[in-house]
Write a protein that binds this ligand. Sequence first.
Ligand SMILES: [Fe+2]
Length: 186
Amino acid sequence: MPEAIEILKAEHRVFRRFLDLFELELAAFEAGRSPRYELLEMLLDYFTSFPDEWHHRKEDLIYDVLVTRSDLARPALDDLRADHERLAAGARQFGEHISELRQGSDLPMEVIVETGAVYTRLLRRHMVKEDNVFFPMAERQLTLEDWRDVEYAIQASCEDPDLRTRLDRIDSVARAIEAIMLNEGA
Ligand SMILES: [Fe+2]
């Protein structure tokens, strides 16, 4: 399996673990308990930055090659890029609701929970499509040379110092979330 796909799949596994935690906080909210705002904000920080800054960027690189290799890719994947944009907007909207809430707005709990639920559903569905359709199709269609180009483009973006700094920051957020999960035996 190409290394890029292996890494993307590992990132999906992290997304799923973090979404489980996110859903627990939403359930607390729905049950009338106060969510752990600090944890919720770390999760939102992660989901509004890491997928866009890095994960989707790498998938978009692969997708752009795949659509040149197969006419079936775009219809089969229902335009992956549009999904990525929807996900970015969904996470942002949920984040805005949480900051409004913390600033004392009386936004109904149902609206906040529903916004979070829409986002988690969309991301989970999106990952199933990528794991089951996009990645296998890319593995079938891309040549060894294509994968080398993809790896090269990924490495090249890593050399951008600003991006590096942003990724290091989000990595520390991810480690803080992992530490909380470890403490809870999750
Ligand atoms: Fe993905």
